[in-house]
Design a protein around this ligand. Structure first.
Ligand code: A3P
Length: 318
């Protein structure tokens, strides 16, 4: 497909139309190199392959959707910019975390050149699986990747609730969505392959890929904010630790604080056709185990079994 893409006679749209496709939870998605993606993101992958210029000091935050990206964006932004801003007048009090760290496959106003204009060190994000990263990133450019993973049951429920909210038309019922998710059929899915790729890379290259779990971060956020800071090359000094800076950062970025801010409670992040993403859509409950309020125990066991089976032999367990 990439060689086709570089051939001006071959339109990307034409190529995408030849990929296997299926009506997803709320829109059509296509299968590209083992992953189900919205056609727009296949186009982005192809564009990024040719145009993305990584910098050695880039920090790329990665995740399956609904695994805590917004929180990770806020924390990483607060950590990297902590010498510029004080807590009383912090940009996160006035700007949505999604806005301060752009997605490389969905840059601001869909303008891919925008990424080039950002000062170094850039803080970027993506939901793309590692195997679909631009080759320029994976071929030893030196940048660092922070991945956040979450219990698939909670990620699934969070995604279903989110999709129902943003698509503003009848999305599939929970049971149908669950069956699709369990088959690996969801945007950026299969969920487990996405996690596994990053996990393997974090084992092979621990100084390049940091693998985090949402649940562990929630149980000890200060420990993880310090871990993130050390990994991205801006560790907290003793004085900062004594002054409680990591704790302040956790307080600034916690669910209660962020979800109660005017900027995150009102307004829209994105609008296109029927799809309206309100700023508040990124904040729902922020809890571990909410799946139990939506799925039966049996569904939970079924998904656990499937994920266990898919991860068998990888030494990765949740
Ligand atoms: P729930 O729907 O389970 O509440 P993403 O940011 O990847 O889209 O993930 C969204 C999920 O993260 C939602 O989960 C959301 O409520 C939760 N979330 C958002 N901000 C958070 C924060 N500061 N701390 C913990 N969880 C947060």
């Amino acid at each position: 497909l990439e060689s086709h893409a570089s051939n001006p006679k071959c339109g990307t749209a034409d190529l995408i139309s030849k990929l296997p496709s299926r009506e997803g939870w709320s829109e059509l998605i296509v299968l590209y190199k083992n992953y189900w993606l919205h056609p727009y993101f296949v186009e982005s992958v192809l564009r990024l392959q040719n145009s993305f210029k990584p910098r050695h000091d880039d920090i790329i935050l990665t995740s399956n959707p609904k695994c805590g990206t917004t929180w990770l964006k806020a924390l990483a932004f607060a950590v990297t910019n902590r010498f510029q801003y004080d807590f009383d007048n912090h940009p996160l009090l006035f700007r949505h975390p999604q806005e301060v760290v752009p997605f490389i496959e969905i840059p601001r106003n869909m303008d891919f050149t925008y990424l080039e204009t950002l000062p170094s060190p850039r803080l970027l994000a993506t939901h793309l699986p590692l195997s679909l990263f631009p080759k320029s990133i994976t071929s030893g450019c030196g940048c660092r990747v922070v991945y956040i993973c979450r219990d698939p049951k909670d990620a699934f429920v969070s995604r279903w609730c989110y999709d129902n909210k943003v698509h503003r038309r009848h999305s599939v019922d929970l049971k149908t969505a669950f069956n699709m998710f369990s088959e690996g059929f969801s945007g950026y899915g299969p969920f487990w392959d996405h996690c596994l790729e990053y996990w393997r890379e974090s084992i092979a290259m621990p100084d390049r890929v940091l693998f985090l779990k949402y649940e562990e971060m929630l149980s000890d956020p200060v420990k993880y904010v310090m871990k993130i800071a050390a990994f991205i090359g801006v560790p907290f000094c003793t004085k900062e630790e004594e002054d409680g800076v990591p704790e302040e950062m956790v307080r600034l970025c916690n669910f209660e604080k962020l979800s109660s801010l005017y900027i995150n409670k009102t307004g829209e992040y994105f609008r296109h056709g029927n799809m309206v993403i309100e700023n508040s859509a990124y904040f729902r409950k922020g809890k571990v185990g909410d799946w139990q309020n939506h799925m039966s125990e049996e569904m939970g066991r079924k998904l656990d079994r499937i994920v266990k089976e898919k991860l068998k032999g990888s030494a990765f367990c949740r």
